[in-house]
Design a binder for this molecule. Structure first.
Ligand code: FES
Length: 129
């Protein structure tokens, strides 16, 4: 069994929740969530993070993607920029890294990712399915 050495969380750092303007926040919600995810991922083996402007799911922010070479990609959205969300996102990424295909068994999903899946994308070339 070959397991890719890392799973990457790609975080949209330009997402704004619907009430963002009303809150008068300086940072985007995506920046806040990215800060929290980066902090939660620090020292977690096999989990990397990166930021990207607009993943084109703006109406469902905060958005991110869980990706690894040769594995299923999961796009998620609708996150609040909160510490609990960040911790569960990182835990899901850690579990994703531990699988061969990227498919984390439902029974293992952290509570904070449930209801946040937007889409699942197959690997571009070859198995696994
Ligand atoms: S601003 Fe985050 S998906 Fe567009």
């Amino acid at each position: 069994m070959t397991i890719s050495t890392s799973t990457t969380i790609t975080i949209c750092d330009t997402c704004k929740r619907p009430d963002w303007a009303d809150r008068g926040a300086q940072e985007s919600d995506g920046e806040v969530l990215a800060d929290l995810i980066e902090a939660a991922a620090k020292g977690v083996t096999g989990v990397k993070t990166r930021r990207h402007a607009c993943l084109m799911g703006c109406g469902k922010g905060c958005n991110l993607a869980i990706q690894a070479h040769g594995k299923l990609t999961y796009v998620m959205g609708g996150f609040d920029p909160a510490t609990d969300s960040a911790a569960d996102i990182v835990e899901y990424a850690r579990l994703h890294q531990q699988t061969e295909t990227g498919q984390v068994p439902f029974r293992s999903w952290p509570q904070g990712v449930k209801g946040h899946f937007v889409s699942r994308l197959p690997v571009l070339d070859g198995p696994p399915e």
